[in-house]
Design a protein around this ligand. Structure first.
Ligand code: AHR
Length: 514
């Protein structure tokens, strides 16, 4: 079947049908760069869910799997390369059933619990506050703690903050010292509940807003540690939740969250991660891109109450959600990760970069073995997913200056009346003055000749890397871990102040211009 593509945009205004090749024009406005892309846009999320923590990050000191103080060496090394800026923990839904005191002290004395949200697995609490915060120190990332509002008390939350961050002298600092840690940790990000409209307590927004005010009052700043308090925000299209929180909490919060999953629906089958049609694929691209409209509407509400943009929108759960892999434990949300997932990552990051005046952090779900993960593990084996490779290739944009750009390219009408551009791009300038341009060609059949106008950029050299696959449903396995991996990209040249790029179908390219 021949696909019809339509060109939209100012310069390429006439609708036309393309055959084997498309054309696109990107104009980068290097002189208009104002916003820094906070590194926290590349945040991660680790929940006590399935094998994310146990088996994924943590195997314990006595494991035959090579580890450093219980953390898997292979995973640690991979995460260091990723430059993880911030890690959210312990949930998710798990957070609102988690009682932090069960996860401190000698491991043999820690009580067990049933993980009611996720498959009824028995949780032995061997990975707790110390294990998490020490991991963050090893990775050099900020911790983002999700506090328990749903089933926890104000006192419990207040004492957790005191335990983690207060200096000697306080009762909780004394307990921390008895458990082997004298100095407080630095904890910046603190979530006051998670999905309080659902697994976090089935609350109405008015009720949650009052609870937020109460709980957050007792989350103190100890000894120079200043908390950035994040309210449990809306799901997807629930604009009323954001409105009520902005009205009733306002500047008592530093951030409000938003959860948006690229999922075909919350009831019934979500579809296989690896077996999907062309139609499903393009639908996924459209659904993923819809996060932009959703964010814009939440931001418009926030702008009404906070025109100076002092309250951040924190997209602390996003990514694909498919059916669990056949044969895996129900409730553990273990899914494979194809080139389709890689595009959900690149397209989403391209969108987040545009809104960093309001969006200050995002956390893809999740870091290992759960949903759209970076890493899959099986006993002593580890595989990096296509999504990992996108995050690794894109980490050049962390803390760089976002450079606005115009894009003209072909569009395709997809299911549910969405109109999807075939090319996505983003650009930034890093502290050393290097320009990085990321380009995704989501077309399954057509390569693209992309002309990148480098207004105000005196580029002399270009180099790049490409992530692509023979088939869109290709993925990395424990037996064949390098089916999809970045390779050097040579099809870019600078000519008369423009960068000419030939990007193959279903490819993601990151270019560096010096
Ligand atoms: O990421 C999996 C789950 O999705 C989280 O626990 C919850 O917050 C969301 O519904």
């Amino acid at each position: 079947m021949k696909t019809k593509f339509f060109i939209s945009g100012l310069m390429l205004s006439a609708a036309m049908t393309l055959s084997a090749q498309q054309q696109a024009i990107v104009t980068i406005h290097a002189d208009q760069g104002e916003q820094i892309i906070p590194k926290e846009i590349y945040g991660q999320f680790a929940e006590h869910l399935g094998t994310c923590i146990y088996g994924g990050l943590w195997v314990g000191e006595d494991s035959p799997i090579p580890n450093t103080n219980g953390y898997r060496n292979d995973v640690l090394e991979a995460l260091k390369k990723l430059k993880v800026p911030v890690l959210r923990w312990p949930g998710g839904c798990f957070a609102d059933e988690y009682h932090w005191m069960d996860g401190i002290g000698p491991k043999e004395n820690r009580p067990r619990m049933v993980n009611n949200n996720w498959g009824g697995t028995v949780e032995d609490n061997s990975f707790g506050t110390h294990e998490f915060l020490n991991l963050c120190e090893m990775l050099g990332c900020e911790p983002y703690i999700s506090g328990n509002v749903g089933s926890g008390s104000v006192e419990e939350m207040a004492k957790w903050v005191e335990y983690m961050t207060s200096e000697q002298g306080s009762p909780m600092a004394k307990l921390r010292k008895e458990n082997g840690r004298e100095k407080p940790w630095k904890v910046k990000y603190f979530g006051v509940g998670n999905e309080s409209w659902g697994c976090g307590g089935s609350m109405r927004p008015e009720y949650y807003a009052d609870l937020y005010r109460r709980y957050s009052t007792y989350c103190r700043n100890y000894n120079g540690n200043v908390l950035f308090k994040i309210a449990s925000g809306a799901s997807d299209y629930d604009y009323n939740w954001t409105e009520v929180l902005m009205q009733n909490i306002g500047h008592r919060m530093d951030g409000v969250s938003l959860h948006y999953y690229t999922v075909p629906g919350w009831t019934g089958s979500k579809g296989s991660a690896t077996k999907f049609s062309t139609d499903d694929y393009y639908w996924t691209m459209g659904k993923c891109r819809e996060i932009e409209d959703v964010m814009k509407r939440h931001i418009a509400i926030m702008d009404k109450y906070d025109p100076k943009k002092q309250i951040a929108l924190i997209v602390d759960e996003w990514g694909t959600w498919w059916d669990e892999e056949p044969g895996t434990v129900p409730g553990h949300l273990y899914q494979q990760n194809t080139m389709r997932d890689a595009f959900v990552a690149s397209l989403s990051l391209d969108i987040f970069h545009k809104y960093t005046d309001r969006v200050k952090m995002t956390n893809i779900a999740q870091i290992a073995n759960v949903l759209q993960s970076m890493i899959l593990t099986k006993e002593d084996k580890m595989v990096l997913t296509p999504t990992y490779h996108v995050f690794e290739m894109y980490n050049v944009h962390q803390d760089a200056t976002f450079l606005p750009a115009d894009l003209q390219c072909a569009y395709k009408n997809v299911r549910d009346a969405r109109n999807v551009p075939m090319i996505s791009s983003t650009a930034s300038r890093d502290k050393e003055g290097r320009i990085h341009v990321s380009l995704s060609n989501i077309s399954l059949t057509e390569s693209a000749d992309v002309t990148i106008n480098l207004e105000g950029i005196n580029g002399k050299q270009v180099s790049g890397r490409i992530l692509t696959a023979d088939k869109i449903d290709d993925y990395n396995t424990f037996e064949n871990p390098e089916v999809i991996a970045p390779k050097a990209f040579k099809d870019a040249k600078i000519q008369k102040g423009a960068l000419l790029v030939k990007i193959p179908a279903k490819s993601i390219v990151v270019l560096e211009i010096k």
